[in-house]
Design a protein around this ligand. Structure first.
Ligand SMILES: *Cc1c(COP(=O)(O)O)cnc(C)c1O
Length: 421
């Protein structure tokens, strides 16, 4: 496999952009090799500028649940682009997408379209604070909610109730209002609420955590979060930017607010936040909580989102079939593994941890064997399997993946595992 053109493109890109990229993980800095530069993608495959063909399990980090360049979406976009690309004025498309979203998420009685997951979570927090009149929020270590200041916070040393900035540029003042606790640790949550529950505006959580590898919620975690937040009058925010439309979590537990992104835009920039009308009616211009966006509800993004959600709805057993396919792939990978691995799955999301013990939280994920991950990743890339270049990411199966892709993947994994031992 050659990556010469990609290497040259990377050198040039580095002159203009930090790390040569517009989002850090793309630079492959975790895996000691250069990233392939992408020329195009179709279905389950992605192609680089050196002419290499990969089976893609990144799917643009989640949005491409139907595979790349789906014909129906491409055709709808071609028609839409002829009508103009942005008006900054209301369209029927926004209502159409909102109504489709509500079919999946009835708890989103009223919602706002925004342009990125970061914007959705940041706005949901503002609404939670505005609605409750409280300032503190609780998040979980290893959950990623985008890069807004309040959410780039780690657990502080010492008193658990003060967070510390996880990035230079986030002020101590901001960080102090964020409390970061271990995922799946309900007693830590109860302790904090007993200490200062009346100051907490919201708990924000990935109900299926996909940004520390894939970590599943334990049986009581989400119900208990619902219980505690309700008791203390704090809002429960489900950040389903990644898991949304892939994993059903809301049939058992209803959050107050939900954040969506990724799939909702069908590969174009779009996200949304919403929830109970009583809360969302406080957003401007119905209420006083300000939030706006020049390109929000963009007609191209709405079009791609509408077409994507329609296909999900119109295809019988879409989620069940995709989940079964994903299980089949995982079984294949497990059958050739020669080192201990953990393979958590939620719907069409999965990941491979190099560990002999179950992963419950960020510390467990961080303790898995990173050196083995790195070797495995590079071997897979060389064999034409495009995985996320970090142990702390989730992999995605799309409707476009087929048995041939899976066979190629399992064969490559067999060879990659051999190289590890
Ligand atoms: C990707 C992601 C975000 C951030 O979305 P962007 O569109 O990258 O800003 C927020 N929350 C979760 C759970 C995500 O996976």
């Amino acid at each position: 496999m050659e990556l010469e053109k990609s290497a040259a493109a990377f050198e040039l890109a580095k002159k203009f952009m930090p790390g040569g990229v517009n989002s850090p993980v793309r630079s492959y800095s975790n895996v000691d090799c250069n990233p392939p530069f992408i020329a195009r993608a179709k279905g389950s495959h992605i192609f680089d500028i050196d002419g290499n063909d990969y089976v893609d399990y990144v799917g643009s980090w989640g949005p491409m649940i139907l595979g790349h360049a789906h014909e129906k979406i491409v055709d709808a976009l071609k028609e839409a682009v002829e009508r103009g690309t942005s008006y900054g004025a209301p369209t029927e498309l926004e209502t159409e997408l909102a109504a489709l979203v509500q079919k999946f998420y009835p708890s989103m009685e009223v919602m706002r379209m925004v342009n990125s997951g970061t914007e959705a979570t940041m706005s949901a927090l503002r609404v939670a604070r505005g609605f409750t009149g409280r300032e503190k929020i609780v998040k979980f270590i290893g959950c990623y909610h985008g890069h807004s200041d309040s959410l780039l916070v780690n657990a502080g040393s010492g008193a658990a109730t003060f967070g510390e900035p996880s990035s230079p540029g986030v002020t101590k003042g901001t960080a102090q209002d964020t409390i970061a606790l271990p995922y799946n640790d309900i007693s830590a949550v109860e302790k904090v609420f007993n200490e200062c529950g009346e100051k907490i505006a919201a708990v924000i959580v990935e109900p299926v955590a996909g940004n520390m590898g894939l970590v599943l919620p334990e049986e009581n975690f989400l119900p208990k979060l619902r219980e505690v937040t309700k008791k203390f009058g704090a809002l429960l925010i489900f950040d389903e930017v990644m898991s949304g439309f892939r994993v059903k979590v809301q049939d058992k537990i209803t959050p107050d607010l939900t954040c969506l992104g990724k799939i909702i835009g069908g590969g174009l920039p779009c996200a949304a936040y919403g929830g109970r009308a009583e809360i969302m009616r406080n957003v401007s211009p119905d209420g006083k909580i300000y939030q706006a966006g020049t390109l929000s509800g963009n007609p191209l993004a709405m079009t791609a989102g509408i077409e994507t959600l329609k296909i999900l709805i119109d295809t019988p057993n879409f989620t069940e079939n995709l989940t079964a396919k994903t299980s089949k792939l995982i079984e294949g990978i497990k059958s050739v593994a020669q080192v201990p691995i953990q393979t958590p799955q939620a719907g069409s999301m999965f990941c491979i941890f190099f560990s002999d013990k179950k992963i419950r939280n960020y510390d467990d994920a961080a303790a898995s064997n990173q050196a083995q991950f790195k070797k495995f990743f590079i071997s897979m890339l060389r064999q034409g399997i495009y995985l996320a270049p970090s142990q702390f990411e989730t992999l995605f199966v799309s409707a476009a993946h087929n048995d041939e892709d899976f066979q190629k993947t399992v064969d490559a994994a067999k060879f990659a595992f051999k190289e590890l031992v």
